[in-house]
Design a protein around this ligand. Structure first.
Ligand code: BMA
Length: 382
């Protein structure tokens, strides 16, 4: 073969390779679902990008109720929010909860009507915010709550178990809800789904000593593959999340594998521990989480938190102080339930007139915290 013939395709080959390299370098990375929608891929990549700038602030049930109010439509489509009452802005991340959708209840376990929830989700998304959804699902074996760890529950819902068919109908209801979440152009609203959370704790039927590692992994993989492959849902990112943990090994003990997870996180409540102890604990856990996220190329988040709000400067003096040393995507404060039926007064973020409100405003003003106005400018779905 003469020289010309041998190398006649060389220029074309080089050109194609160069283009391909450029394309790869500039291209978005795919989440665990290789068929994810465009908006979901963009969300995944933007969550990673934003974590280098600061962290998003999130709040559970933010638009539905707060301390002393419920479903306040007086602000029109803007909607009330304890965070907005204090800062003039909404959170960047909205947490919602699907517990009891599986038994066809019109309201979730915290009395939020699913119909309203869908509206709130659309509102948050149209403002450019992030949606994350947890699921305190009942125990499918006993019919009792998520906090009923009956023996044999997971085995009963895995393939060939006595409750497997029932369990699939529960996932069908999750799929139906997710499929009803659409933006104004008819596109699906991306959701960070966070099932089986606090998975190393012993209080839920799926977690801790109530499941073997293998059972938990099989439950996780079954759930994701059923929603992804059977129900063809491609607008979800999946969050794997533990409670407090003490080592990397403990964190990863029930990890199902990189192809089934996009976000890794943990939940933490300060309760009665001192600020110093809380800082030390969370600092260690965040460092471990970040190193796992980096190694696995996942998004790190504080999927639920509750602080010490008897300290007026907790937001800047403790929380911001420790989070400033880390790169997580978001931190979600749990719900402002207010006075509950049993007499417990439950809240995790300030409301108008609450003692930490002034300090929270400083926290809001700090350039490292990301709320709604910032996130709207980032156009994270494009
Ligand atoms: C708990 C409390 C409960 C609530 C549950 C599920 O931490 O807030 O009141 O029912 O979460 O949202």
């Amino acid at each position: 073969m003469d020289f010309f013939k041998k190398y006649q395709f060389l220029p074309a080959t080089i050109a194609v390779s160069v283009c391909f390299c450029f394309f790869k370098a500039g291209a978005n990375q795919l989440p665990s679902d290789k068929n994810a929608t465009k908006e979901t891929i963009n969300l995944f990549n933007n969550l990673k990008r934003l974590a280098t700038k600061g962290f998003m602030f999130g709040h559970q049930d933010d638009l539905a109720y707060g301390v002393g109010w419920k479903y306040d439509a007086s602000l029109g489509s803007a909607g009330r929010s304890d965070i907005k009452d204090v800062t003039g802005d909404y959170p960047a991340v909205y947490g919602w909860e699907l517990g009891r959708i599986e038994i066809d209840s019109p309201n979730n376990l915290d009395s939020v009507p699913f119909d309203r929830m869908k509206e709130y989700i659309r509102t948050g998304y149209e403002r450019g915010g992030v949606i994350t959804i947890s699921w305190h699902l009942n125990n499918p074996l006993t019919g009792k709550t998520a906090w009923n760890p009956a023996e044999g529950t997971i085995a009963s819902i895995l393939p060939r178990g006595s409750k497997h068919e029932l369990f699939k109908t529960w996932l069908d209801k999750i799929a139906a809800f997710m499929n009803q979440l659409k933006g104004t152009r008819g596109e699906y609203i991306p959701v960070i789904f966070r099932p089986y959370h606090e998975l190393n704790g012993n209080w839920f039927w799926w977690g801790g000593k109530n499941s073997t590692d293998d059972e938990f992994k099989r439950l996780w993989i079954f759930t994701v593959s059923y929603l992804r492959n059977e129900k063809k849902i491609h607008h979800l990112l999946y969050a794997y999340n533990t409670d407090r943990y003490s080592s990397r090994e403990e964190y990863l003990q029930k990890y199902p594998g990189d192809e089934w997870v996009d976000v890794i996180g943990f939940d933490i409540y300060q309760r009665n521990s001192s600020n110093e102890k809380f800082i030390a604990d969370i600092d260690k856990m965040l460092s471990t989480l970040e190193s796992i996220a980096k190694e696995k190329d996942k998004i790190a988040a504080l999927t639920e938190f509750g602080g010490n709000l008897s300290d007026n400067s907790w937001w800047t003096g403790t929380f911001l102080k420790v989070l400033s040393n880390h790169h997580i995507s978001w931190a979600l404060g749990w719900r402002n339930a207010g006075m509950k039926r049993g007499g417990e007064f439950e809240y995790y973020v300030p409301y108008k007139g609450e003692a930490t409100a002034a300090d929270f405003k400083k926290f809001y003003d700090d350039e490292r915290t990301i709320f709604q106005k910032d996130i709207s400018n980032e156009k994270i779905y494009q």
